[in-house]
Design a protein around this ligand. Structure first.
Ligand SMILES: *Cc1c(COP(=O)(O)O)cnc(C)c1O
Length: 234
């Protein structure tokens, strides 16, 4: 089941990439495994998946410390400052940086561990009150501020557009994030002068996101099925 889903999604990614004149190799699939068991993650791993995304630090660490060390772990949840140290210690990429205070902590903990930490800046592209992320107009200033943290490598941007049943409704938001990333690249605000990563697209809208330039799609439900919450199992 999980293997079939993964195969199907990788095929779809390839079709969407080719349709928009891109190479499928530019697009990484982040398998979102929050609330999923070691067995389910193992199944995805067995069919070749190596990049996983988790939302909750404690839940993630329980998995990370047991599972294969070749897995690349992305943190995609809201990061509290008191979890910054654990995030640096256990994750390869932190996708949800939107506060200088957290970036400062990530930097000092990275220094403590003697490593650099790759991050994405989360942008609240739909300007929703309840969502995390910086406002688009603050991006240049925010990324400029991040330059002071030598251990923090800004690889690109991440966004979660407003919930929409029709993925086409999210296309303008994806375009907007892509345009913003181009401005940031022109201003040399992406680490090492590399092209910006764009983490956009989930189960319902990843094909549209790829057409608009996504390089990381974060997909949970379409791989693992609906999430059942712990409270409901008890
Ligand atoms: C849960 C989650 C996803 C995956 O969503 P699906 O609709 O299950 O694919 C992607 N990104 C973030 C930030 C999430 O929290």
């Amino acid at each position: 089941m999980i293997a079939d889903n993964l195969q199907h999604i990788l095929q779809q990614i390839q079709i969407a990439a080719e349709k928009s004149g891109r190479s499928p190799h530019e697009i990484q699939l982040v398998a979102v495994s929050k609330r999923k068991s070691l067995g389910e993650i193992g199944e995805a791993f067995a069919s070749g998946q190596r990049v996983f995304g988790e939302n909750f630090i404690q839940e993630a660490i329980e998995k990370i410390t047991i599972l294969d060390t070749t897995i690349c772990w992305h943190f995609i949840g809201h990061l509290q400052s008191n979890k910054a140290r654990l995030a640096v210690q256990h994750f390869d990429v932190i996708e949800t940086v939107d506060r200088i205070k957290v970036a400062r902590l990530l930097n000092s903990h990275a220094d403590e561990f003697g490593k650099d930490i790759d991050i994405l800046v989360q942008v609240n592209i739909g300007r929703e009150k309840q969502k995390s992320g910086i406002m688009e107009e603050d991006a240049v200033r925010f990324l400029t501020d991040l330059r002071q943290f030598s251990r923090v490598k800004v690889r690109g941007l991440m966004t979660m557009p407003p919930y929409a049943i029709d993925p086409e409704l999210n296309r303008p938001y994806f375009k907007q994030l892509k345009q913003l990333s181009e401005i940031l690249m022109q201003k040399d605000l992406i680490a090492d002068g590399k092209p910006a990563e764009l983490s956009m697209g989930m189960s319902s809208d990843y094909l549209v996101a790829i057409e608009e330039g996504s390089t990381l799609v974060r997909i949970g439900t379409a791989i693992f099925g609906q999430r059942v919450y712990i409270e409901e199992i008890k």
